[in-house]
Write a protein that binds this ligand. Structure first.
Ligand SMILES: NC(=O)C1=CN([C@@H]2O[C@H](COP(=O)(O)OP(=O)(O)OC[C@H]3O[C@@H](n4cnc5c(N)ncnc54)[C@H](O)[C@@H]3O)[C@@H](O)[C@H]2O)C=CC1
Ligand SMILES: O=C([O-])CC(=O)C(=O)O
Length: 314
């Protein structure tokens, strides 16, 4: 049988979804189907056609179509869910929970019907809880239901470190653990620049400031934009995760994964280091944490549990 291009569906054709779609075709990771609600079918088709027409200039052959019909997502290899409302200044991500839980359930019912073998990556906020809602609705195995937060939080952390030291972003390594909220845990002890621990390069008070700016990085953008939230770095993060899966790269990237005993948590979706490859989350990496790091992670885990409780009561 002829080799076929991969099929990637992006649900939600707003700021994050449309930007993700463009970055996916720019990298020729597959043909993209952009899905939004029926009331926005024409604008969704229009965005997709506009992106398709950039192909000859940019040199990509990936196809991209817009639709409100989930049948067009049939047999997708990857589904990325960005559907939902975004926060505005003064709101927390958790304020979105009730609206977005309803949207997530309806989207996942369709994905379950039309793309039962897909690897599903969730972006909609509050993303740890939305990944849990998606998992419950889809009924897919846990390796195929993956939330995005840590790649984004980590790329922000790296940006601030590289700016502080005036070094290439390519030389900064490490990651951020925990829920995608202001309690997230940038792991300073595991952060280095070309192998040199950052506490040998940056004074403690500046590290503390970078950690704090990372934790509130999403809010910083929300305040600046005034009417929505970040989309370029979130889209880039989704594309990196998609590429890791489609190319079976076995990248060690932070993902929101279902923990069943790892880090001492049960039945909790939260950000942890994972191996992302051709079978989705192929492994969760368990790190030794100091008492202080574990306490910080416990606090973040409790925040996620509180939001999940709202979902379950609603
Ligand atoms: N996890 C993360 O790191 C990040 C999460 N987000 C979240 O992603 C979500 C999307 O953000 P934006 O794209 O900026 O918002 P947006 O408002 O620009 O786009 C959302 C799109 O979802 C669509 N939509 C709503 N209900 C739908 C349904 N049932 N089926 C299909 N599409 C539906 C809307 O019509 C809209 O076009 C928000 O919840 C935001 O908080 C955003 C950035 C980072
Ligand atoms: O801050 C928001 O609401 C969107 C988001 O999750 C981020 O940019 O980290």
């Amino acid at each position: 049988m002829a080799i076929q291009r991969k099929k990637i569906t992006v649900v939600g054709a707003g700021f994050t979804g449309a930007t993700t779609a463009l970055m996916l075709v720019q990298k020729e990771l597959g043909d993209v189907v952009l899905v939004d609600i029926p009331q926005l079918e024409n604008p969704t088709k229009g965005k997709a056609l506009d992106m398709l027409e950039a192909g000859p200039v940019q040199g990509y052959d990936s196809n991209i179509t817009g639709t409100s019909n989930y049948e067009d997502a049939k047999d997708s290899d990857i589904v990325i869910i960005t559907a939902g409302i975004a926060r505005k200044p003064g709101m927390s991500r958790d304020d979105l929970v009730n609206t977005n839980a309803g949207i997530m359930k309806s989207v996942c019912e369709n994905i379950k019907t039309y793309a039962p073998n897909a690897y599903v990556i969730i972006l909609s906020n509050p993303v740890d809880a939305m990944t849990y809602v998606a998992f419950k609705t889809l009924g897919f195995p846990k390796n195929r239901v993956i939330g995005q937060s840590g790649v984004l939080d980590t790329t922000r952390y790296f940006t601030f470190i590289s700016q502080e030291l005036n070094v290439s972003v390519e030389d900064v390594h490490g990651f951020v653990l925990g829920g995608h909220g202001d309690d997230m845990v940038p792991l300073v002890r595991y952060t280095n620049v070309a192998g040199i621990p950052i506490d040998q390069l940056i004074p403690q008070n500046r590290i503390d400031a970078i950690v704090q700016r990372t934790r509130t990085g999403g809010g910083e953008i929300v305040s600046l934009l005034g009417n929505g939230s970040a989309y370029y770095a979130p889209a880039a993060s989704l594309v990196q995760m998609t590429e890791a899966i489609l190319k079976d790269k076995k990248r060690l990237l932070p993902s929101i994964a279902l923990l069943q005993g790892e880090y001492g948590y049960n039945d909790l979706f939260i950000g942890v280091p994972t191996i992302l490859g051709g079978d989705g989350i192929e492994k969760i990496i368990e790190l030794n944490l100091t008492a202080e790091e574990k306490a910080a992670l416990n606090k973040s885990a409790q925040s996620v549990r509180n939001v999940i409780q709202v979902v379950e009561q609603g």
